[in-house]
Design a protein around this ligand. Structure first.
Ligand SMILES: C[S@@+](CC[C@H](N)C(=O)[O-])C[C@H]1O[C@@H](n2cnc3c(N)ncnc32)[C@H](O)[C@@H]1O
Length: 272
């Protein structure tokens, strides 16, 4: 598409022709975000080429917040709002919150927006995600650390974490090829790949969580409806209780659990 003055209707038609279901909404966001006609044309071209809209305009809406999204960073999805809702329902003022596998930091930011005086940490293995999350979370007083799961957390957090909120990659390796090109081609594999059965990273999180959780603290891991049973098994293997919570309005699923102690390991598991 050549740069120039594209009329709104032309933008909508171009986006619709490229398969954008919400072409009008996307056109409006592009026009609002662009600084002039050339940038409008460039953004429309990128969208037609399949780049996620959120990366093009530089932000995603999540739990009513505008969260910065940078290239190469996982775009927060609405279904992840279930993690925030369930975390907030269990939070107290001054809670220690760790957003593991934080991506943009959307989950931590949304909890910070609702719960008073949280002590917030976030971790990601990808430098691009860490940079993006720092932009969002550091002004809120959060600390963003780079590394593999729990490895970069300060030892002072052992036994002190009230809410360990996790949206780890959980797409089974073979299913990545079936994802829409928007995700498959624009989100790094490390943000998606959950191993052969989709639960490999979750299993590592559940196995390590007990050491970090405060007494009565909770681990919350997003999963899919179809994989929830395997996520529950990972919690149980990690010595945690496990309860499946669904939010139909956002089609989100999260497993929530607490340490139940060695005597009850593998014990009661509830799910809806
Ligand atoms: C599905 S994305 C979720 C991002 C964010 N929590 C959200 O909901 O928008 C998974 C994130 O986990 C990160 N990740 C993958 N493996 C990791 C690991 N071993 N340690 C830390 N982060 C990891 C990826 O870089 C990616 O940002």
């Amino acid at each position: 598409m050549a740069p120039g003055n594209l009329a709104y209707d032309q933008i909508v038609a171009a986006l619709r022709g490229a398969g954008c279901v919400f072409a009008e909404d996307e056109a409006t966001l592009i026009v609002q975000a662009a600084e002039g006609p050339d940038q409008v044309a460039s953004m429309v071209r990128q969208r037609i080429e399949g780049r996620p809209l959120e990366v093009i305009v530089g932000w995603a809406e999540f739990c009513g917040l505008r969260v910065a999204v940078e290239p190469g960073v996982f775009v927060p999805r609405r279904r992840t709002e279930v993690v925030v809702r369930e975390a907030v329902a269990r939070a107290r003022a001054g809670a220690v919150v760790v957003d593991l596998c934080c991506g943009t930091g959307a989950v931590g930011a949304a909890i910070h927006a609702v719960v008073e005086a949280v002590e917030l940490y976030a971790v990601d293995i990808e430098p691009a995600a860490v940079a993006c999350a720092r932009r969002t979370l550091e002004p809120l007083g959060g600390r963003v650390l780079e590394g593999d799961l729990f490895a970069p957390l300060p030892a002072t957090l052992v036994g002190r974490v009230d809410l360990l909120v996790v949206n780890a990659p959980y797409v089974p390796t073979d299913a990545i090829a079936l994802m829409p090109p928007e995700a498959r081609e624009h989100e790094p594999r490390v943000t998606l790949d959950g191993g052969a059965d989709g639960v490999e990273v979750q299993r590592r999180v559940a196995a390590g969580a007990g050491r970090w959780l405060a007494p009565g603290g909770h681990l919350l891991i997003e999963t899919s409806r179809g994989q929830a049973g395997r996520t529950v098994e990972a919690f149980v293997a990690g010595g945690l209780s496990a309860q499946v919570q669904r939010a139909e309005d956002v089609d989100g699923t999260v497993v929530v659990g607490s340490a139940i102690g060695p005597a009850r390991r593998g014990g009661a598991v509830t799910s809806d």
